[in-house]
Design a protein around this ligand. Structure first.
Ligand code: G4P
Length: 315
């Protein structure tokens, strides 16, 4: 099963952002520091490169992320052309206060009253765009709709005489290419899930935690991790917390919910679901799997064509 976002209103959001790109100087792309590439919409990069706009990649929620992974991501992004990374948390007013000057340093030809710096804040839902805008503006601004029912008007807000912010609706891409990205996004609450999918997401999270943070699992729940897999992690959470269903078996649904909640709130510790290295490995595996799938599909199509041709010849 792969988790997908159902775009609905996304085409209009995309069009709006594309049009707006011409009239702004800098994209501030808010990412989740725990999964920067999985939470990075490739459409944003495509749009900004088309208009040759620089980007400030805000690695938000560093209070929840593994500091070593965050440092690796900062180095990774800073090495890309037109890209600057800014690890921060909206929970720290000083982190927020530093952002405008950093933004201006990336578009130094702007920032005077006649030519204010025009910033477009972009990012997928739930990465912290609204929280960041509220913190920058020091007031609550109405949320630009991530849901089809919410008004989709773009807002323009003056941060000061020299800086204008443009907010866009959370922009998801039409298809999530790597299934693990869907699982990471669901684990981090960027995509809503139902109970069934929640279990699969928790098994995936269990696998990642086993691989990268086994000691945090032991510290939080008190079980040894040797020989476990992701399902085993969720079962152990159930066992340790006494979650049993009617027949006496583990209540996996409840344990999955608790594991995800503990990860999201930071109760397990500071966790990053991916690093530049782990991302590169996943991409390589994914590309190989995709190529194999395509090869098999081509083989199948060729066999079918051959069969049809034989049918026609009557052989
Ligand atoms: P959005 O506009 O991009 O959709 O995101 P929004 O600001 O609504 O923020 C989504 C959630 O992330 C909010 O929590 C918000 O408090 C939280 N958040 C934003 N910045 C940070 C940060 O730096 N650190 C931490 N720890 N949390 C941050 P919420 O409403 O409780 O949603 P949820 O997390 O339960 O989904």
């Amino acid at each position: 099963m792969s988790i997908q976002w159902f775009p609905g209103h996304m085409n209009s959001a995309r069009k709006q952002a594309e049009e707006q790109m011409e009239f702004i100087d800098l994209v501030v792309e808010v990412l989740d520091a725990r999964l920067p590439e999985a939470s990075c919409n490739p459409l944003v990069d495509r749009m900004r490169q088309f208009r040759q706009r620089p980007v400030l990649k805000v690695l938000n929620k560093i209070d929840l992320a593994d500091p070593n992974a965050t440092a690796a991501w900062k180095a990774y992004y800073d090495a890309l052309p037109g890209v600057t990374a800014y690890p921060m948390t909206t929970k720290k007013p000083l982190d927020v206060a530093r952002l405008p000057a950093l933004a201006l340093s990336l578009a130094p030809h702007r920032g005077v009253p006649t030519k204010p710096l025009r910033i477009m804040i972009m990012g997928i839902p739930n990465v912290g765009k609204s929280t960041l805008m509220n913190a920058l503006l020091k007031k609550r601004v109405a949320k630009v709709g991530d849901e089809p029912a919410v008004t989709k008007v773009q807002q323009k807000l003056y941060l000061d005489k020299h800086t204008v912010l443009v907010d866009t609706p959370g922009l998801m891409w039409p298809k999530i290419d790597m299934p693990s990205d869907g699982l990471m996004l669901a684990a981090s609450h960027a995509i809503g899930t139902n109970a069934l999918i929640e279990e699969e997401v928790a098994f995936f999270l269990g696998d990642v935690l086993l691989e990268r943070y086994p000691q945090l699992l032991t510290a939080r729940y008190g079980f040894k991790t040797e020989g476990l897999d992701g399902i085993g992690v969720v079962e152990q959470v159930a066992a340790r917390r006494g979650f049993r269903a009617r027949g006496g078996e583990f209540d996996v649904e409840k344990a999955a919910h608790v594991l995800l909640h503990d990860y999201r709130s930071g109760a397990i510790g500071r966790i990053s679901l991916e690093t530049p290295d782990s991302r590169a490995r996943r991409l390589a595996v994914h590309a190989a799997e995709k190529a194999e799938k395509e090869r098999l599909a081509a083989e199948k199509a060729a066999a079918k064509a051959e069969e049809a041709a034989r049918g026609k010849r009557g052989t």
